[in-house]
Design a protein around this ligand. Sequence first.
Ligand code: BGC
Length: 414
Amino acid sequence: MQALRITLCAATMAVAFAANAAEVEVLHWWTSGGEAKAAAELKKMLEAKGHKWKDFAVAGGAGENAMTALKTRVVSGNPPTAAQIKGPAIQEWGEEGVLASIDDVAKKENWDKLLPPVVSNVMKYKGSYVAVPVNVHRVNWLWVNPELLKKANAKAPTTIDEFFATAEALKKAGIQAVAYGGQPWQDATVFEAIALGVGGPDFYKKAFIQLDANALKSPTMVKSLETYKRIKPYTDKNSAGREWNLATAMVINGKAAMQFMGDWAKGEFLAAGKVPGKDFLCVPAPGTANDYTFNIDSFAMFKLPNKDAEKGEKDFASAVMSTQFQEVFNLNKGSIPVRAGMDMSKFDSCGQQSAKDFQTTSKKGTLLPSFAHGMAMHSATQGAYYDAISQFWNDDKMTAKQAADKLVAAAKVQ
Ligand code: BGC
């Protein structure tokens, strides 16, 4: 009897489940080793809520390809349930009238209390939540292979001068100093870290947030560009077009000693079984230890045709904000939870430092949005900045002054 009752009960539940089950299609660009492991946790959590995950993965670091694919789908009137959209681009999509409010979930779960305003404001369009944040990535990191440094008798750099001294020592020892991926978003990722190290946080704010022409054509900008270009001789001839994770693999495998990259790179080290502090080091990009360039991943929600689909969407949003998800996803992704009050004891030293620095820099006013990762400016302006920086990196005839003029012009593109 008892057994029968349990079976019947389970069957009734399964029916109830199926009635509300939705197919949740999620657009993202998490296809590298560490990224895929993190994305798999998202899928698992959604499936545990009884929904079906439909993967819409579009490879390509920083998501340029994914954004192109998204535009095609939305224009044809067939958006996915949720898409990895970040920063000011959430407002741009909101203006298109295609995003759905998830305010009821956000109110019920008190998101306004769980998220710092610097995050919640970006997740809202006209005062309503239309997106859910996943994490906080720190961008201004340098990833270091300590064994190679030892061979060259060099130390992990803390200042820009030390960085070039270390690079030179490595070069003399026959070791490639810098692993580099020559793609516009990666060029911008390295450049913003260098510009911050050279010019400091006030200069960074003027040049990349306020888009101030005087800062963009200033001697500090010219020096930032020149310093950035000084890295080139320490990279290899095959860097053009290289994906970021292949550059990280060079540091993992001892082919190159250092990489400027956000902490999604840590996901690659961890996925390869490497231990922070032992097999690899995370140090703030030279000259930027007191600053924090942030990059927050988030999913924006699209307007959907029926109630079941909406239920799936809201369950997805709720899962993303849950403490379990924020922990397990970020342990794999290399980032830290965005939700306040999380226990950080399972995170490694890089994660704990990131969490601590996020708080300190936020109080000091040196918590800065990463322009290279869509946090600071309109997407069209960002694209124009990318072009100027990449052209300068690739064209050895272009002067830093010419590149600075291009940045002044880029700031006017909207
Ligand atoms: C995203 C990360 C991602 C990285 C490389 C960044 O813009 O925020 O989640 O891992 O690009 O694709």
